[in-house]
Write a protein that binds this ligand. Structure first.
Ligand code: MEV
Length: 312
């Protein structure tokens, strides 16, 4: 059996604006992993692939899976990429600790874990760039115009400063800092959130371009303060980014409640993270405020909470 993993992700700054060419900053969430397991099936005809992902109720032979199923697509693209000649029958099983539709990168992490397990099992492990571009193709199924930030940060498992269409830049974290994450009880429907913003931009391009510029400017400032080891300056930048996400129309009452609860409990700043409408929020905390913020999330309806250190 071949097993491979890929982490979740957190977008610190720049979600949505990144789809329109502005910079975003994202970091891997290493404590939550998706896992792909590939096993030979000796009692089935060569070339057949059995897919199983119980979390999404999927179990099918590859040739019978729905055409647009993301997991089936990931397997088809990986088999084509490694040019497997007469492979044995295989079972591909996926599990994940990353909650689905939480804005924590579950879709891209599952893709990358499967790409890794399958290509290694077939004796052709793929370089990170190829893993990332296959995962990007699959992201297109989730929403038509992915920026590529999710597949990039998850594949490279490093903090990235990301601008669509350019090679990702990793950057130094001058001083580690801590985030408290709260997952709301509403799912984050990426396709809906991305198309809400698209509609707004098509209706009023000038206003939306201004909002994207302002968000991009925050990502630039954030990179500077992270690099120079002044993470406490991120708090106000997170609050500002949240205000702009509100204006883009991708916040929600469930997210606002979590954000207000975090701020009232001593967080230095808080914002939604990922596509929004539901999903998760992040708050900048210290070892002194961390527990209070996590408890405040729970009282405000979070279905999952955790904290993580951001470091190189
Ligand atoms: C989703 O994690 C981030 C978005 O900016 C979409 C994307 O970048 O493709 C909302």
């Amino acid at each position: 059996m071949t097993t491979a993993h890929a982490p979740g992700k957190i977008i610190l700054f720049g979600e949505h604006a990144v789809v329109y060419g502005r910079p975003a900053i994202a970091v891997p969430l290493l404590q939550l992993q998706a896992t792909g397991e590939v096993t030979d099936l000796s009692d089935s005809p060569r070339g057949n692939v059995w897919l199983q992902a119980s979390a999404v109720d999927l179990s099918c032979w590859l040739h019978e899976c729905p055409t647009h199923n993301p997991l089936a697509k990931v397997v088809r693209l990986t088999l084509a990429e490694v040019r497997a000649v007469d492979p044995p029958a295989l079972s591909v099983r996926v599990t994940s600790q990353i909650p689905i539709a939480s804005g924590l990168g579950s879709g891209a992490a599952v893709s990358v874990a499967v790409i890794r397990a399958l290509s290694e099992h077939l004796g052709s492990p793929l370089p990170l760039e190829r893993q990332s571009s296959i995962a990007f193709e699959v992201e297109r199924l989730h929403h038509g115009t992915p920026s590529g930030v999710d597949n990039t940060v998850i594949t490279f498992s490093q903090p990235v400063y990301f601008v669509r269409g350019t090679p990702p830049e990793s950057f130094k974290i001058g001083r580690r800092f801590e985030l408290a994450i709260g997952v709301s009880d509403m799912p984050a429907p990426t396709a809906v959130a991305v198309s809400t913003v698209r509609q707004g931009w098509l209706t009023d391009p000038e206003r939306y371009d201004d909002l994207f510029d302002a968000i991009g400017h925050i990502s630039e400032q954030a990179r500077r303060v992270i690099h120079s080891g002044q993470p406490e300056a991120l708090g106000p930048l997170m609050d500002e980014n949240q205000d702009l996400l509100e204006e883009l129309g991708v916040s929600s009452s469930a997210l606002r409640e979590l954000i207000l609860a975090a701020r009232a409990s001593g967080a230095l700043g808080a914002k939604l993270s990922g596509a929004g409408l539901g999903g998760n929020v992040i708050a900048l905390v210290t070892p002194e405020t961390r527990e209070r913020v996590l408890r405040a999330y729970e009282s405000a309806g979070a279905i999952m909470t955790m904290h993580t250190q951001v470091r190189n």
